[in-house]
Design a protein around this ligand. Structure first.
Ligand SMILES: *Cc1c(COP(=O)(O)O)cnc(C)c1O
Ligand code: SF4
Length: 446
């Protein structure tokens, strides 16, 4: 694999493919990227994108901002200001205004679930569900390429007040030592696999040396198998990385690479398949998760192919998410019932080995809520839902019902069925949240 080469709006015209695109398409990407910046690399450009199908190509949609992601009036004002070098200050203000309108900070994501130890927030940790602690290593808060739908985009684009970070593993270990209910640690980002092996080791070695017998699983959330599989195959420190994986497995722990994969093409290159095999050879397991996104994978055949391909490679399909309420949401969102139809239709054509996947799931303030599907109860059309994970573990797997809606795209657009005034968990959620906020909403991700 050629050396890693990143491209942004400032350098993309050096790539030979770029000059081949229609000028209006290039201009649209350049304008929208003022608000929603992109970053891609030579692997994505040369091996994943099908340039004959641009702009509809799903990999192009996944990595390049599109005109339809901004409201027409916002697009016009950004386009006008970016053409005028004398109005650079105005452009900065306008970009900020449009970004804030894209909800960069879905309710509660940053303040909630951050553990407090001796009155101090432990930075870089989130602990929402009893068994699993999320760790955001400071050095892993960026990505090889940026997904256009990603809710993490504010932290990449110079809005530092929205940035998570952790500087030290010590605090993490101290926290885990006191929380023996935690079996899983999930390293996340950004993408922790952007870190060089040396840096990753700096985070993980102390954990392996610590006395934490209750910590039985380490998960690493990453898009690297899709965006830079050379990380595991030809990068200078690829073998050191795999040796680190082997040490984790040898410590008696379950190591799981939570691969974010939106489209089967991401697993189709020789390099990606080699990466998968080399990871599995260490004894680590790979599971996949990803959201349903309009223009990228809103097609049952795409999901069925993805899951089949995963099973063939020994990867376990895990989560099918509903896209959350941030970023260019109007461009990407799919109504809940449509998400369910796509999910059901895809699941109906794959073997049970691929039906390990759970969804459609919304990650809300209250928990991960799965849409079981439409139902008719005593003549009333409704939607059956349940918690896959609840802020209160007692909510787990309890079915509940919302009034049927053909258009709702998120839990906050659903109303309880049967004339009830609120969902069963709301009073408890309110009391759990009053410390943080006067009017808790269940819409937020965390
Ligand atoms: C999804 C999620 C987890 C992990 O949940 P599992 O069902 O165990 O995969 C942990 N913490 C948060 C905040 C999550 O959103
Ligand atoms: S790789 Fe993951 S964190 Fe990075 S931009 Fe894509 S979805 Fe977001």
């Amino acid at each position: 694999m050629a050396a890693y080469q990143a491209y942004t709006v400032r350098t993309i015209d050096r790539h030979p493919r770029w000059q081949g695109l229609a000028p209006d398409l290039r201009e649209a990407v350049e304008v929208v990227s003022q608000v929603l910046p992109f970053r891609v690399n030579n692997y994505v450009l040369d091996q994943l994108i099908d340039w004959a199908r641009v702009p509809d190509d799903p990999m192009f949609q996944l990595t390049f901002p599109q005109r339809g992601m901004l409201a027409p009036s916002d697009y016009a004002s950004i386009a006008r200001l970016s053409r005028d070098p004398d109005r650079a200050d105005e452009l900065v203000r306008e970009v900020r205004r449009v970004r804030l309108g894209l909800n960069p900070h879905p309710d509660g994501q940053l303040e909630l679930n951050v553990p407090i130890v001796e009155g101090q927030a432990v930075s870089g940790l989130q602990h929402k569900y009893a068994e699993t602690v999320l760790f955001f290593p400071a050095a892993g808060q960026t990505c090889h390429a940026y997904c256009t739908f990603c809710f993490r985009w504010p932290q990449f684009v110079g809005m530092p007040e929205y940035r998570f970070a952790a500087s030290e593993t010590d605090e993490l270990i101290a926290y885990l030592s006191e929380h023996t209910e935690v079996s899983d640690l999930l390293l996340t980002g950004g993408d922790p696999m952007v870190m060089a092996t040396d840096v990753l080791r700096h985070y993980l070695d102390p954990l392996l040396e610590a006395d934490l017998p209750h910590l039985t699983s380490i998960r690493i959330g990453t898009k690297s198998i899709s965006y830079w599989p050379a990380r595991y195959v030809t990068d200078e420190d690829a073998n050191d990385l795999l040796a680190l994986f082997r040490r984790i497995v040898a410590s008696g722990r379950n190591l799981v690479v939570m691969a974010h994969i939106n489209h089967p093409r991401e697993l189709s290159t020789e390099l990606a398949v080699a990466a998968v095999q080399r990871i599995q050879d260490t004894g680590a397991q790979i599971r996949t998760q990803s959201p349903l996104v309009r223009h990228i994978n809103d097609d049952p055949a795409v999901w069925a192919n993805l899951w089949r391909h995963c099973v063939h490679l020994g990867i376990v399909p895990y989560y099918f998410f509903v896209e959350r309420d941030t970023g260019a949401r109007d461009y990407f969102s799919v109504p809940l019932v449509e998400a369910w139809r796509i999910f059901r239709e895809a699941a109906g054509t794959v073997s049970g080995l691929a039906r390990t996947v759970r969804g459609p799931s919304m990650s809300t303030t209250a928990g991960k809520i799965e849409l079981l599907g439409p139902a008719v109860v005593h003549g009333e059309r409704c939607l059956a839902l349940r918690f896959l994970q609840g802020r209160n573990p007692d909510w787990t797997y309890r079915p509940f019902f919302a009034r049927y809606s053909e258009t709702a795209t998120w839990i906050d657009e659903l109303e309880p069925a049967f004339g009830e005034s609120e969902f069963f968990f709301m009073p408890q959620l309110r009391s759990m949240m009053t410390a943080d906020s006067a009017s808790p909403a269940i819409s937020g991700r965390q």
